[in-house]
Write a protein that binds this ligand. Structure first.
Ligand code: FES
Length: 175
């Protein structure tokens, strides 16, 4: 009876070369999966948290120091056509740019035109008596109630020639 028992068939054994090939192909497969999922994860996270990209800025020529005495102001337009009020509020000889304020001339309440009042050292919106201090902080009227300040722009002065620039977004708004 034991003569008819089926004999267990021995499993074919891997040669060392086959084992190396198997290991290498598994390794490459895992590497491919890790790279693929990693790239997918990277793009997913980038979609969720966009990389901080600096918006390019342009220098908008506003005039010279001589043309802009303390107390004066002028209105400019950025590349999108939005109004900016540039006011010289003080004379700061060692850093003239600090004597300027460049603020949006569009009232954050309902969009009327804001202007600089040198005598009162403030920006004023005549539509509903909106008042902003020299830094564009709303201090009374509807903008103050709504806690809406004027947006600000950086000012740069070339000390060599006295040219004054307002730094605005380099994007024109036209896609
Ligand atoms: S629009 Fe300027 S206060 Fe209303």
């Amino acid at each position: 009876m034991s003569d008819h028992m089926p004999q267990a068939c021995p499993l074919p054994r891997e040669t060392p070369a086959e084992a190396r090939r198997g290991f290498l192909s598994n390794f490459l497969m895992i590497l491919g999966l890790v790279a693929g999922y990693g790239l997918g994860l990277f793009h997913f996270l980038r979609y969720l948290v966009p990389l901080h990209r600096k918006t390019p800025r342009r220098e908008l020529f506003a005039g010279t120091l001589a043309e802009l005495p303390v107390g004066s102001s002028r209105t400019l337009k950025d590349l999108r056509g939005e109004g900016i009020t540039l006011a010289r509020v003080a004379d700061v000889p060692d850093d003239p740019a600090r004597g300027f304020r460049a603020l949006s001339s569009v009232c954050p309440h309902l969009g009327c035109k804001v202007h600089w009042e040198s005598a009162n050292n403030r920006f004023f919106c005549p539509c509903h008596n909106g008042v902003f201090d020299k830094d564009g902080i709303a201090v009374s009227g509807p903008p103050a109630h709504e806690k809406k300040n004027l947006s600000t722009f950086e000012v740069k002065v070339n000390k060599d020639n006295g040219w004054v620039y307002v730094l605005v977004s380099g994007e024109s708004g036209h896609a």
